[in-house]
Design a protein around this ligand. Structure first.
Ligand code: SF4
Ligand code: SF4
Length: 71
């Protein structure tokens, strides 16, 4: 299984949850312990080891918050 790593421009996230719903590996969720400059709980990787690097999350995000790297 391919491995990937996701990182975020968390301050830009509007918590729309599109990326969360489209990730086939349930990697993503909202970070309920932090609030960004826009006033939202930003997206984070809750299960980073599950990421395959497919890139779907980055394609779905309307604000280009997510960067995907493939290992
Ligand atoms: S790259 Fe694919 S597997 Fe990894 S977080 Fe994004 S949608 Fe999920
Ligand atoms: S799609 Fe983009 S703006 Fe929406 S929750 Fe995901 S990272 Fe945040």
């Amino acid at each position: 299984m391919a491995k990937g790593r996701v990182s975020f421009f968390a301050e830009e996230c509007k918590a729309c949850e599109l990326c969360i719903h489209f990730c086939p590996k349930d990697v993503l969720g909202l970070d309920m312990e932090n609030i960004n400059a826009l006033g939202y709980h930003p997206v984070t990787a809750l299960l980073p080891d599950n990421c395959t690097g497919c890139g779907i999350c980055a394609m779905m995000c309307p604000d280009m918050v997510i960067v995907v790297e493939r290992a």
